[in-house]
Design a binder for this molecule. Structure first.
Ligand SMILES: [Zn+2]
Ligand SMILES: [Zn+2]
Length: 216
């Protein structure tokens, strides 16, 4: 993605000044937002913030001080009605308990960050998902990177992996979007285990450094 040019930034500032005449270019931090009541209210009522994304959606009200600016030159209002905030992952039920619900089922619902994989799990899930042996530097067999924070996370198995099994782990990592706190494999075919009581905020484990030292 390309950075905004100076002229793009200054035309945005012009629009922001039109919305909220108090707006100042050098006061654009979160703490300055209280100086701009119109913008603050706009963000409170037109945006959704989550760990993964920031969504902003125009409304169709002619009275809205922000969205009423050049309302007819952008998205038609009947199309706006059909646009929703992007949903966040929600676990499926029944036979598909190991999966997340399909996008089509969640589109249009209120997004919830409650089930984000990197948030860690409830106790019941922990029992199913925790490593059934003591994880250590010795049984760390390699690592995969989290799709969100990019930190390396060790995978563990009791026995050393064969070349074929290593290949299987590599393929699985290509197929799923691994994030901190989740397992790489579903319950019934677990070749290696990940630590689940971690989040993206957790430090890189000492097992990782042990592994790097042993096999530089
Ligand atoms: Zn609006
Ligand atoms: Zn992460």
């Amino acid at each position: 993605m390309e950075a905004a040019s100076d002229s793009q930034i200054s035309s945005l500032v012009d629009i922001l000044k039109e919305v909220d005449p108090a707006f100042e270019m050098d006061k654009t931090q979160q703490k300055h937002l209280k100086n701009y009541p119109v913008l603050q209210k706009f963000l409170d009522t037109h945006s959704y913030r989550s760990h993964y994304m920031f969504c902003l959606k125009r409304c169709t009200s002619a009275e809205c001080p922000v969205c009423s600016i050049s309302i007819d030159t952008r998205v038609p209002s009947d199309l706006l009605e059909k646009l929703h905030y992007l949903p966040l992952p929600v676990p499926d039920e029944g036979d598909r308990i190991d999966h997340y619900k399909p996008f089509s089922e969640l589109w249009g619902s209120t997004p919830t960050g409650k089930f984000r994989p990197s948030l860690g799990r409830h106790l019941d899930d922990d029992e199913i998902d925790k490593i059934p042996f003591t994880a250590s530097g010795e049984n760390c067999r390699g690592f995969v990177n989290c799709e969100v924070c990019k930190k390396p996370r060790c995978f563990f198995s009791k026995k050393k992996l064969t070349g074929e099994q290593n290949e299987e782990v590599r393929k699985q990592n290509e197929d799923v979007e691994f994030t901190c706190g989740a397992q790489l494999f579903y319950t019934d075919q677990r070749l290696v285990y990940m630590e689940i009581r971690i989040t993206c905020e957790s430090h890189v484990s000492s097992h990782y450094f042990h592994k790097r030292q042993a096999y530089p």
